[in-house]
Design a protein around this ligand. Structure first.
Ligand SMILES: [Zn+2]
Length: 419
């Protein structure tokens, strides 16, 4: 059956390759410097932007009319978990229980729905930072890349590598219950092996949990992971909750610190000097209280304010800050992207300007992921990841909740009136 197969390929390939898309954009926003360009013509050919110029020509049916919209490059969420859905109806809001209840296949199904929701809401790139069972993230990415399902471009961490126990508290008769959610690796030999196995099974970068136990990864252990990742052309992101964890991770040469609530100015400065990005996952009080609304709210408030204070200090030091939501909850009404956007409440509270919020969601995130020559800006030669919305996010980033046009790699996934 070789001949019909070939015909099918030709049918798909030729018309899609030849066509230009022309967009009339009312206002283009450039998050890198907060500037705008008015009444522009964007030409997209073969999934890439081939021209951006002042509008000319006539408006006919072939032109995508975004003349009353604010148009920019697609958004990034650098700390997301597509295949983790913490659903308190079943798991009491405890993701250890989630992992025990839900097999990887079901989590991949959930991830398909989350990925679609993220893309249709304006996220054209996400970094999936682990908690995927047995490589559900890699399967979802493959489905997206091969065109079976709609979703953002994904970077995948595979299984999170961590000291024994990782983020769980196990009991001695059932130590295996931490698998496959985490990849326990202690000492340089086990870490080297874990990194290689992870890369083999489809991780595009490496995620370490440094310090969620009394024993934490040493500089030498983290450096081993960094070296192995770099030899394979990628990098390490490090979950750091404690100050010592952050110090070790920075000294060892990680690319990013995730969370980092306990970083005094001196450690933030160390991160800046080392070129380390901060993906701060600045939780809102409501987000922290979600799992247990009956608990004392003041503890959550204090934790939220700790994150806001750390973001404010990092911003003042001009550290490379990247937006990452850590959204994981099931909320049928809101959806995953809505939960993600809620984290921007913390960014406003920390005094980060609207333009700099957008920068953290686009160009700085692309720098972190090493893809600035492909994505992260609306510019000629880059991939056509384009979003639009009715209100101006430079005035108020709450406008992002109402994104109603989404193109990724030149394919339109949402247009005004389609939802
Ligand atoms: Zn997370």
């Amino acid at each position: 059956m070789k001949f019909p197969h070939l015909l099918l390929l030709l049918l798909f390939a030729i018309p899609a390759q030849a066509q230009d898309t022309v967009i009339r954009a009312g206002t283009i926003i450039h998050p890198q410097d907060g500037s705008v360009s008015i009444d522009q013509k964007i030409t997209v050919t073969n999934g890439r932007i081939t021209a951006i110029e002042d509008w000319s020509g006539s408006m006919d049916d072939s032109v995508t009319d975004l003349s009353d919209r604010f148009v920019m490059t697609g958004l990034f969420d650098a700390h997301s978990h597509m295949a983790l859905v913490v659903d308190k109806r079943y798991d009491g809001g405890n993701y250890y229980v989630t992992g025990l209840l839900n097999p990887t296949a079901y989590r991949a199904v959930q991830g398909v729905a989350n990925a679609r929701n993220m893309l249709e809401s304006g996220f054209t790139v996400i970094r999936d930072i682990g908690n995927n069972g047995n490589y559900a993230d890699v399967a979802i990415k493959k489905g997206i890349d091969e065109g079976f399902i709609p979703g953002p471009h994904m970077e995948t961490s595979g299984r999170i590598i961590a000291p024994f126990g990782a983020q769980f508290h196990l009991q001695p008769e059932k130590p295996g219950l931490g698998n496959p959610e985490y990849f326990f690796a202690d000492g340089v030999v086990e870490i080297m092996k874990a990194v290689r196995e992870n890369l083999h099974f489809g991780a595009t970068f490496i995620k370490l949990v440094i310090d969620d136990q009394r024993y934490i990864y040493s500089v030498e252990e983290i450096r081993t992971a960094v070296r192995e990742a770099e030899l394979a052309g990628t990098y390490v992101s490090a979950h750091c909750w404690t100050e010592q964890g952050a110090r070790n991770a920075i000294a060892a040469g990680v690319r990013s610190i995730e969370h980092g609530p306990n970083m005094p100015d001196e450690v933030l400065q160390m991160a800046k000097d080392a070129g380390v990005f901060l993906v701060g996952t600045e939780f809102t009080t409501a987000g922290l209280a979600w799992a247990d609304p009956t608990a004392d709210i003041s503890a959550f408030e204090a934790e939220h304010l700790q994150f806001v204070d750390r973001l404010r200090r990092a911003y003042a030091l001009d550290l490379k800050i990247v937006y990452g939501s850590d959204a994981v909850f099931f909320d049928a009404e809101k959806g995953r992207a809505y939960e993600s956007f809620d984290v921007l409440h913390s960014w406003r509270e920390a005094g980060v300007s609207n333009a700099d919020q957008l920068k953290a969601m686009t160009s700085t995130a692309a720098d972190l992921m090493g893809m600035s020559d492909e994505r992260g800006a609306l510019a000629v030669g880059l991939r056509a990841d384009i979003i639009a919305m009715p209100a101006n996010p430079l005035d108020d980033t709450n406008a992002l909740y109402n994104i109603d046009y989404v193109m990724k790699d030149g394919t339109v996934y949402r247009h005004p009136g389609s939802h």
